[in-house]
Design a protein around this ligand. Structure first.
Ligand SMILES: NC(=O)c1ccc[n+]([C@@H]2O[C@H](COP(=O)([O-])OP(=O)(O)OC[C@H]3O[C@@H](n4cnc5c(N)ncnc54)[C@H](O)[C@@H]3O)[C@@H](O)[C@H]2O)c1
Ligand SMILES: O=c1ccn([C@@H]2O[C@H](COP(=O)(O)OP(=O)(O)O[C@H]3O[C@H](CO)[C@@H](O)[C@H](O)[C@H]3O)[C@@H](O)[C@H]2O)c(=O)[nH]1
Length: 434
């Protein structure tokens, strides 16, 4: 006899699949629905297509124990569910606002088959006020609505879900909120019960704060470079201050991914809709675009001022290491800027992404370096630190390695006779004198 709370998860992407697999591992019974029949078929066979450590194992165990099932369509998952998690996409619309079409479609499908006294919990990132709107759309006074934003990071989704810094639950119905909190009891995490609007705002505030912090760090890196300071030491010195902390201080080619850019634009748009503004967030977004142009400027300079007809090798295409997700990747944004100036792009990424528009994707870092006028590291994959730089020096046609993640050991690159140029340090030669 299979025990545990009966849960439906709508959406089998990064958030939905993680939620389904992890709640199963906590002893609950989960039916996970998606609109994509091919995805449902593959998952039902235990085939996990996203790159997330531990996910395939959890899905395999859940299927084998009969605790986890995949179905096509939200309506199929609803019957018998005590709690329903909405984990559908909320992409950026043309005006910057989050598009709620998938959420509305899922809610419409759930309206009739939902059992009485069930709770609909929104895990998608949605503008403040959406929980109230979900309640209206459902039109089921016997069904409670809650907001329970998700804070997992791609590449460590299972770990983050099972080891959360906090669990936030917002609902006008305290009993419903407590029922949702009880699902996570085994995690022993701090639980914040609040109203739906505050819960929805917590998610945007957290992501926009982190994005703003990164834009701040990237700006400090630029000043360091121009003023003769070393941003690696500067951020280390900042991070020792417990009020600041060490996380999220690495300069880079700008922040990206499926969340930060769209969430920053969505909050800015929400502010505009109520006749307000958020100039600090606007500046963080502008600084991010500027950071990408700045990296392009370094590359242009490294190849002698003219990108047209110049081959540039790209190391890393995903928005960060440890994921195969290319959505809103700064590496691709930079590639687009380079291509617009006529550069010929050859790229390698350890996640082996297949075809990428405008880039000739090759199967090794060495192939990306061969014949390139400059080699640019855009994603901080650990394996790039282990490269044979002597071999690269023998294949590259230029001398510059632009390290847009401050990821490589400058001495190793220099010893191979190449010029290592990272962010926030005055000159490529500096490492030699250390
Ligand atoms: N990716 C992350 O790291 C992350 C973390 C926290 C929060 N979020 C938020 O969670 C939400 C989902 O993001 P994601 O990255 O999991 O998206 P995703 O694109 O990886 O997955 C969404 C899934 O929902 C399915 N879907 C779409 N419409 C549906 C419908 N009507 N019924 C059933 N399934 C449907 C899609 O086919 C897809 O498989 C977004 O609001 C996002 O902002 C994402
Ligand atoms: O010191 C740092 C840390 C991150 N980044 C960049 O910031 C972006 C976002 O990174 P990360 O936060 O690790 O990735 P996500 O998986 O998008 O996770 C963020 O977005 C999710 C979706 O909302 C949230 O759930 C997570 O809490 C939040 O960290 C990436 O481009 C990173 O390369 C840096 O440049 N420097």
């Amino acid at each position: 006899m299979v025990s545990g709370v009966k849960i439906a998860v709508i959406g089998a992407g990064y958030v939905g699949l993680t939620t389904a697999a992890c709640l199963t591992s906590l002893g609950h019974r989960v039916v996970c629905a998606d609109i994509d029949p091919a995805k449902v078929r593959a998952l039902s066979r235990g085939e996990v297509t996203i790159r997330e450590p531990g996910m395939a194992e959890l899905v395999g165990v859940g299927l084998a124990e009969g605790r986890l099932r995949f179905v096509v369509g939200a309506g199929k998952a609803a019957p018998g569910a005590e709690v329903v998690f909405l984990c559908v996409p909320t992409p950026m619309g043309p005006d910057g606002a989050a598009k709620l079409a998938a959420l509305e479609a899922a809610v419409a499908e759930l309206r009739d088959p939902l059992p009485p006294d069930s709770v609909v919990v929104n895990k998608s990132t949605v503008p403040v006020g959406t929980a109230a709107r979900v309640g209206e759309l459902l039109g089921r006074p016997d069904v409670a609505v809650a907001s329970n934003p998700e804070f997992l990071r791609e590449g460590s989704a299972v770990h983050d879900f099972l080891n959360p810094d906090r669990i936030v639950i917002g609902s006008a119905d305290l009993d419903a909120a407590k029922r949702v909190a009880a699902l996570y009891e085994a995690l022993n995490a701090p639980v914040l019960l609040t109203d739906p609007a505050s819960s929805e705002m917590i998610k945007y505030a957290a992501n926009c704060y982190l994005a703003t912090r990164l834009s701040f760090v990237n700006s400090i890196a630029e000043l360091c470079e121009r003023m003769g300071a070393d941003v690696n030491d500067v951020t280390r010195g900042m991070g020792y201050d417990q009020r600041i902390g060490t996380a999220f201080l690495r300069p880079g080619p700008g922040w990206g991914g499926s969340c930060f850019p769209k969430d920053a634009h969505a909050l800015l748009r929400s502010a505009a809709v109520i006749g307000s503004d958020f100039p600090l967030l606007r500046a963080a977004i502008d600084t991010n675009a500027r950071q990408q142009r700045l990296v392009v400027g370094k590359i242009r300079q490294a190849v002698g001022g003219r990108l047209a007809g110049t081959r540039v090798g790209l190391l890393g295409l995903t928005f960060k290491a440890g994921t195969d997700d290319l959505r809103d990747s700064p590496a691709l944004a930079i590639a687009e800027l380079l291509a617009a100036e006529g550069a010929e792009l050859v790229g390698y990424d350890p996640s082996m992404p297949g075809a990428v528009a405008g880039i000739r994707v090759v199967d090794s870092a060495y192939a990306a370096a061969a014949g390139a006028s400059a080699l640019v590291l855009l994603t901080e994959w650990p394996e790039f630190r282990e490269l044979d730089w002597e071999r690269i020096a023998g294949q590259i046609s230029g001398r510059y390695v632009i390290d847009a993640r401050n990821h490589l050991d400058p001495l190793v690159v220099h010893h191979a006779g190449l010029l290592h140029q990272c962010l926030g340090q005055p000159a490529p030669q500096r490492a030699l004198s250390r």
